[in-house]
Design a protein around this ligand. Structure first.
Ligand SMILES: Nc1ncnc2c1ncn2[C@@H]1O[C@H](COP(=O)(O)OP(=O)(O)OP(=O)(O)O)[C@@H](O)[C@H]1O
Ligand SMILES: [Mg+2]
Length: 280
């Protein structure tokens, strides 16, 4: 996979007196849903989480604990019923180009080929066709799909589609990537490959990533912080800082006792969550 700079230039340093603003601030957020039986269901309860610019944060927790809901809130697709979610200090009131979702439900356009899918967002933003095409071709190459530009989604494997979805989202230059189990449906080999690709992109570009997964191993490998949630209504059980050196290589990590300890400790936390579920 070739490496192409996505955001050239240097960002201005905040002044010495400026209070650093977190990229994402989730402040006492709760989410109540009205279900079809007219019953209220508390999906998230009192979630507070601060994510620094450039951090890679994963969320783990049992099915139904509200992980996707939390990502939808940060994406601006769902308004929290209590509390506030902010991006760069501003309350989130809807989706925006600063936050790029890679959700499995956000399927590719079946009537557009790979190039068309990746170009779409840039064209919507008013980027001229030639420039949009040049940028899109670079992104397609970056995610390892050079040569597949004219293929349609139905002609691609699951892993290839997922890579197109990542390229399409990167094309917007979002500062925050919101990834909801992006590799969940993939075979182990493709999953490992895409994990490495994502880390390469992230290490070069340092976007802020909020990543939902069911895999402890994947969360530890990728993240600076792992947020473990309780079962429904989802609360934060614990936030684990993953203090492992970068760049990370999977082969090295698997032999690293520190890595192994993180995996075992987080698996224990999840066992506790499931145990609480059985014996509340
Ligand atoms: N639009 C909605 N209307 C009603 N209830 C909802 C809605 N969206 C989610 N829920 C409920 O909120 C809870 C959390 O759902 P969510 O999809 O966020 O869980 P999750 O942690 O992502 O689960 P999984 O790991 O299975 O993807 C569930 O009990 C679900 O039934
Ligand atoms: Mg989910």
């Amino acid at each position: 996979m070739s490496v192409v700079p996505l955001r050239p230039g240097v960002q201005a340093e905040p002044s010495a007196h400026a209070k650093p603003v977190a990229m994402i601030e989730i402040d006492r957020v709760s989410q109540m849903f009205e279900t079809s039986g007219r019953r209220s269901h508390l999906a998230l309860s009192d979630i507070s989480l601060s994510i620094e610019d450039g951090a890679f944060v994963s969320i783990l927790g049992p099915s139904g604990c509200g992980k996707s809901t939390l990502l939808y809130i940060v994406g601006g697709f769902v308004m929290p019923t209590a509390g506030v979610a902010k991006v760069k200090g501003r309350a989130i009131t809807g989706p925006g180009p600063d936050r790029g979702p890679v959700f499995q439900e956000f399927a590719l356009f079946p009537w557009k080929n790979v190039l068309g899918n990746v170009m779409y967002g840039l064209r919507q933003q008013g980027v001229k066709r030639a420039e949009a095409e040049a940028q899109s071709r670079r992104l397609i190459e970056m995610v390892g799909l050079k040569g597949y530009e004219s293929f349609y989604p139905k002609e691609l494997s699951g892993g290839m589609k997922q890579r197109v979805a990542i390229a399409r989202t990167l094309a917007y230059h979002p500062e925050v990537l919101l990834m909801d189990e992006p590799f969940g449906a993939l075979d182990a080999h493709t999953r490992t490959r895409l994990q490495n690709d994502l880390l390469n992109i992230w290490e070069r570009d340092r976007k802020t990533v909020l990543f939902v997964t069911h895999s402890v191993d994947e969360a530890v490998f990728l993240s600076d912080k792992v947020v473990v949630m309780t079962r429904s209504p989802g609360r934060i059980k614990e936030i684990v800082d993953i203090d492992l050196p970068r760049p990370r290589r999977r082969a090295d990590l698997l032999l690293d006792p520190h890595y192994q300890k993180y995996v075992v400790d987080i698996e224990k936390l999840i066992d506790d969550v499931l145990e609480d579920e059985l014996h509340p």
